[in-house]
Design a protein around this ligand. Sequence first.
Ligand SMILES: C[S@@+](CC[C@H](N)C(=O)[O-])C[C@H]1O[C@@H](n2cnc3c(N)ncnc32)[C@H](O)[C@@H]1O
Length: 163
Amino acid sequence: MIPLYAYRDDTCDPRKCTVKKLARRGLLRIVPSIAKIPRQTLLLDPTAERAVSPADRDLPSITALDCSWEVLDTGAVASWRNRRALPFLVAANPVNFGRPFRLTSVEAMAAALYIIGEKEQAHDVLAPFGWGLRFLEVNADPLEDYSRAKDSAEVVALQALYM
Ligand SMILES: C[S@@+](CC[C@H](N)C(=O)[O-])C[C@H]1O[C@@H](n2cnc3c(N)ncnc32)[C@H](O)[C@@H]1O
């Protein structure tokens, strides 16, 4: 099982926050500041140049930057080595249903887990949400393709099939 972390800045609605729910269930740890994010983690950053791929499977953990999309500012982590964006996938959460790239933190972590081969853990983190497993259903084909790619370049090339 891959350790999961999230940095929360308290800008998103705590009643809808997906990482708070995961933390309550012991599936994720919330870190109190960016400085406390493990340095070698796979950091989920939609502005990163490299895409998550199976080549990331040896990274020790996965971290989401949990904040409101309106204030998301990745400047503070711009120098981090293992920043990764997710390739084309569509949201299944009720707020952004059907919208590409704009995933909740739990969807983003599940996608990363699936792509690096941790498919059971991807299922387990989504299971507490009423709409959670729908994310794996609506993205079944691209997720499977990405999980068989060699590296970031191959994942980026594959996403063109779905865009
Ligand atoms: C902006 S927050 C919004 C969180 C939402 N309020 C919730 O409760 O889950 C979503 C976070 O998930 C990750 N994420 C979402 N979509 C992503 C993508 N396309 N590529 C990389 N990371 C992504 C990032 O860490 C991003 O900061």
